[in-house]
Write a protein that binds this ligand. Structure first.
Ligand code: SF4
Length: 340
């Protein structure tokens, strides 16, 4: 049994605390800011099943990361609920001693069917990506015409299954869904769920990101505060990505995630494993380390731990703080591969 290695920090004194695991590069949506159809069309080559980490490989790697300081694990994708038997993986991860926060991010399309199973297998928290309540806008964004009502039904079923304070992530784009910010807040006020308004990010190299399409969080907060007075809330957790605000009238909370206008790299404690087993140390990485081949070539737990430790110890990523100086020719990994 590997002993925890206290104090594993990177070159910017940031501890390794959070692991995000992408369990598939596939998704049933084609969100324009993540998997634009013109790139991820019918001829796009997704990972073959033998190229994707197995549940056992994921659980083994997660156990090693826990021994190195990780205690928060988030399951991402592509769309994790598109992976067959994902609840089994949830069960395996929930059984790992040291993981005290196990979460999953989904587009909600299959949530109505999976919510109870995920809860029964030990999932702690849920995040649902939902970019508009307006069907026409939602369809324009997910680009598959998926009914918003089914995502809302999935959230209802998750509530009934026992998930509280579900996070609702809305990526806000100017001229597309920025007018839906207040209606989204209004819909979830008093529900106990927390809408997080996310600044549109230049993740990957295919979403055609332009700075002028970004709606700064300050602008979003002003629009909300004009209707529902907001009060800032201090965050108890180091490394939390969202800035939190509560409604002065007690109707709950919202959050903003401001990677563009107010980067939070200073205490970023997140590592990411893609579905093909590549370890990335930043959401905006261009390259990573292939853990899958090490796992499949018989590396011991100690060897894997040493490899991960050396990668983290050499980490100096802070892309969002250096965005303007970024090399435009550097091809960043796609969001659907690295996971949010
Ligand atoms: S840009 Fe990279 S280093 Fe900065 S917060 Fe995001 S993942 Fe962390």
């Amino acid at each position: 049994m590997l002993k925890g290695s206290p104090g594993l920090i990177d070159l910017l004194d940031r501890p390794l605390r959070d692991l995000r695991i992408s369990v598939t590069d596939r998704c049933n949506f084609r969100c324009t800011y993540c998997m634009p159809r013109e790139v991820f069309g019918a001829d796009h080559v997704f990972l073959r099943s033998d190229e994707v980490l197995t549940h056992d490989e994921i659980a083994r790697l997660a156990t090693i990361f826990v021994s190195l300081g990780v205690h928060k694990v988030r399951i991402t994708g592509g769309e994790p609920l598109a992976r067959p038997g994902v609840e089994g993986l949830v069960g395996a991860l929930a059984g790992i001693e040291g993981i005290d926060d196990l979460a999953l991010t989904t587009n909600g399309a299959r949530l109505a069917r999976k919510a109870e199973l995920l809860r029964e297998h030990g999932l702690h928290r849920l995040t649902v990506s939902l970019d508009s309540l307006d069907q026409a806008v939602f369809s324009a964004i997910n680009d598959v015409g998926f009914p918003v009502g089914r995502v809302l039904e999935g959230i209802k079923r998750a509530e009934r299954a026992g998930f509280e304070s579900i996070k609702i992530n809305m990526v806000v784009r100017r001229g597309l869904n920025d007018h839906d910010v207040v209606p989204m807040a209004k819909y979830f006020r008093g529900s106990g769920h927390v809408v997080r308004f996310i600044e549109y990010m230049d993740v990957g190299a295919t979403n055609g990101w332009k700075r002028e399409d970004v709606v700064p969080s300050e602008e979003i907060l002003r629009a909300l505060d004009a209707v529902y007075r907001l009060v800032p809330v201090d965050s108890p957790h180091q490394g939390e990505v969202a800035r939190r605000y509560r409604y002065a009238d007690g109707a709950g909370e919202i959050g903003v995630i401001s990677s563009i206008t107010q980067p939070f790299c200073g205490d970023c404690s997140r590592a990411r494993i893609a579905a093909n087993g590549v370890l990335y140390t930043c959401l905006f990485s261009s390259s990573g380390l292939d853990l899958r081949s090490l796992v499949r070539s018989g590396a011991s737990d100690a060897e894997l731990a040493a490899t991960i430790r050396s990668v983290w110890a050499a980490r100096a990523d802070r892309f969002s703080e250096q965005r303007s100086a970024a090399d435009p020719t550097r091809r960043r990994v796609e969001m659907s591969v690295i996971g949010g």
